[in-house]
Write a protein that binds this ligand. Sequence first.
Ligand code: SF4
Ligand code: MG
Length: 327
Amino acid sequence: KEVVLQVEDLKVVFKTYGGTVQAVRGASFNLYKGETLAIVGESGCGKSVTSNAILGLIPNPPGTVTARNILFKNKDLARMSKKQYREIQGKDISMIFQDPMTALNPTLTIGEQLTEGLKTHKKLSSAEAKKKAIEMLSLVGLSNPEERLKQYPHQFSGGMRQRIVIAIALICEPELLIADEPTTALDVTIQAQILELFEEIQQRTGVSIILITHDLGVVAKIADRIAVMYAGKVIEIGTKRDIFYNPQHPYTKGLLNSVPRLDLKEEELQPIEGTPPDLFAPPAGCAFAARCPYAMIVCNHVQPGVTALTDVHQVSCWLKDSRAAQD
Ligand code: SF4
Ligand code: MG
C-alpha cells in the first residue's frame, strides 16, 4: 500500500502566560492512498491541533511545531517554507472545517470561488474552469449547476453550503483531504448524505482522507482505519474492525462503552470517570493512569511505548508490553 502521508513524532506546544501547553506530545501515524483514517478522541486530545499542524496552520508564536517527519509524497512539510506550503495547499492538500459559512467568502459567487484554484494552481482558462466547476457541482449533488455558479453563499442552505465547500476542496483533485468535524453542524439526514458523498468522491478520485471527529457514528460509517488520541498521543490505531470489535487500550474500550448506540449523536465523548490530564504539566508515566482501572506501578512512572499487535493494529499500553511485569 502506498503511503501518502507519514507523520512521525509530531509535537505541538503553545506558549501562554500560564505556561507551556503540550497539545500534541509525539503523535505518529501513516495515511495510505485512497483510505479514510479517522482521528477520534475527546475534545482537547490534540486531534484538531494535529490536523492543523499538518496543514501548516499553527500560528508561531504562540505555537511551535516539531516533528521527526511530516512526509507528504516524500516532501517534508515540517521543513517547508510558508511559500512552498502555500503552493501545495488547495492543490495537493485540501481542508474542510465544521462551519461551511466561514469557509466561503460571502462577497464572491460560488462560481468565482470554485474556479479560483483552477486558474491559479492548474492554469485553466476561464471557460475550462467553468466547465469543471459545473461538473463538480453536479458531482456533489446540486441541480442546475450552471445557474448556481452565479449565486452567493447566503442563497444556499447549510447542507448545500457544505456540499459547495466540498466541491471547492476537491475541484483541484487533491491527494489529501483533511476534514475536521465536517458534518457536526448539519442535521442527521444531511449528515448521512454528506458522508455518502465523501465515499463516492473517494471511489472516483482515490483521494486519501483524514477525518477528525468525536462522533463514533460517523467513524463507523466511513472510516477504514481509526487512530484514537488521548492527551496529545495516538494511544491505539487499527482498522475499523480492530478498534470496534477488538479494542485493546483501556481508554478505547471506555470510549466505545460510552456510546450506547452508534446512531445517537453524543455531545462530547465522556467515556470514563475523571478528566484528561493537565497538558501544562503532563504526567511522567501513562497519561491515562489516573483514570485507568488497570493501572500498574510502572504506569505512573514510565510512558508506555508502542506495541504492534498485528501489522496494522498498534497500542500504547503497558498491559500489552511484554517488558512489564504482569501480575
Ligand atoms: Fe492503563 Fe497502564 Fe495501560 Fe496506561 S499503560 S492504559 S495506566 S494499563
Ligand atoms: Mg472509505
